[in-house]
Write a protein that binds this ligand. Structure first.
Ligand code: HAM
Length: 427
């Protein structure tokens, strides 16, 4: 019986791979420009890391983690996000004792056992960044700027940035209390999830999608009025720097994030065209997390962008047409001897940077030329017994049909000149 891929997981086939390279290259190039270095942490971590890092009362930890026991009986979890692992590595390798700030980025798969739908998968990929060791609002603005620049460079210009402050351990408890006080009389009208959140995580009541919960949440007190002076000053600083950078934002006092580690700045970028799962990027500050995970007091801030959602958005705008990998030359041989010679000469050409394919299985000349056409190659290199005897190859320009002979010893030179003349791409 045929075995399918697990639900909510996707194959990325070769026709889409170039789009992925492009996004990944864009991310890497931008990170270099902003001074971020790459970190690669394990896909699997001890479950405790996410319980403590992401938070016991979050949907992710309560119901979305791929958790199992390894053969030694320890509970491990496929990472549902990248921040907790990055913080763990920062603490484990004592990176906090190096000069700060430390700026990291990562690209890789994450796993959440959610109900799959368009833009929501059980394995998905994030490009994320984390900055450790600075509490400067200019740092928040720089991280946001990098996120916006990344989306723009990927092809999503002009998306709306939503910004909020979720306060800190000084001012949030009072706000939580006010929220509970507000929501309690409505408890009977709230959905089951929200009734439970009311005691455990009342901030999450603000972003329930349920229509009746939403109506009630509309009248809830906003956090902006409950922020302490330090949080308010920080928030003003972030906005001042965003304005200086020319980044438009919309204040959304109901923006709360699905992870518990956030303090102060929280932000999201939403793309309206791709439906309910439209948040392409989200992040915020997490000043207590390094401490929570066993390190010293070090502030942090970061974001992650969902690459599948980004691709969906690009496709909705038809900006994501993947370019097929270009082929320069297709080798065609007739006869056993020529066939072996083709292997030798294609190797030389590939070493000189030529993207060269060939046919297999001893097909007829006609069939091989047809395959050459289909490959999209610019040139067909044709070798028969007669050419071999004379030490030449026929090079046919598949665009014009013109052909010429090139001495076999000159093939690399021919290719280098062609390439420089033609301006063929080199990557
Ligand atoms: P998050 O908001 O949970 O934040 O995820 C970030 C992005 O990952 C989302 O905006 C979305 O684009 C994508 N994403 C999340 N879940 C799925 C899914 N099931 N399918 C497809 N895409 C998804 C974080 O993960 C934080 N670690 C971000 C962060 C970094 N905050 C500070 N530093």
């Amino acid at each position: 019986m045929f075995i399918q891929k697990p639900r909510g997981m996707h194959d990325i086939l070769p026709d889409e791979a170039p789009l992925w390279w492009r996004l990944e290259r864009t991310a890497r190039e931008l990170c270099a420009r902003y001074g971020f270095e790459e970190v690669r942490t394990p896909v699997l971590e001890y479950t405790e890391l996410f319980r403590r890092g992401v938070g016991e009362a979050t949907d992710i930890v309560e119901k979305e983690m791929y958790t199992f026991e390894d053969r030694g009986g320890r509970s491990v979890t496929l990472r549902p996000e990248g921040t907790a692992g990055a913080v763990r590595a920062y603490v484990e390798h004592k990176i906090y004792s190096l000069p700060q700030p430390v700026k990291w980025f990562y690209i890789g798969p994450m796993f959440r056992y959610e109900r799959p739908q368009a833009g929501r998968q059980r394995q998905f990929h994030q490009f994320g960044v984390e900055v450790f060791g600075s509490d400067d609002p200019a740092c928040d603005a720089e991280v946001i700027e990098l996120g916006i620049d990344f989306l723009a460079a990927a092809g999503l210009e002009g998306l709306e940035l939503e910004l909020n402050s979720v306060g800190c351990p000084d001012c949030r408890p009072e706000y939580r209390r006010r929220l509970q006080e507000y929501f309690r009389p409505f408890a009977g009208q709230l959905c089951e999830d929200c009734r439970e959140r009311l005691e455990r995580n009342p901030l999450r009541l603000l972003d329930c999608k349920n229509a009746s919960c939403r109506r009630i949440a509309d009248g809830a007190p906003v956090i902006t009025e409950a922020l302490c002076d330090a949080c308010r000053r920080h928030d003003e600083g972030v906005r001042r720097h965003l304005e200086a950078a020319g980044i438009a934002y919309r204040l959304n006092p109901r923006l709360v994030r699905g992870l518990d580690y956030y303090t102060r700045t929280a932000f999201e970028v939403v793309e309206g065209a791709i439906g309910a799962q439209g948040t392409v990027l989200g992040g915020g500050r997490y000043n207590g997390l390094v401490r929570e995970l066993g390190g010293p007091e070090r502030p942090g801030i970061g974001f992650a962008a969902g690459l599948e959602r980004l691709i969906l958005a690009l496709k909705a705008k038809q900006a994501g047409e993947p370019a097929k990998t270009a082929v320069d030359l297709f080798g065609v041989a007739v006869g056993e001897e020529a066939d072996a010679a083709l292997t030798r000469h294609l190797r030389r050409l590939r070493r000189a940077g030529c993207r060269a394919l060939r046919g297999f299985d001893g097909k007829s000349l006609k069939a091989q030329l047809k395959a050459a056409d289909r490959s999209g190659a610019r040139w067909a290199l044709i070798l028969g017994e007669e050419e071999l005897r004379r030490g030449v190859a026929i090079l046919r320009d598949l665009r014009t049909g013109n052909q010429k002979e090139v001495p076999l010893g000159e093939l690399e030179n021919w290719w280098t000149e062609e390439r420089d003349y033609d301006g063929s791409p080199q990557s």
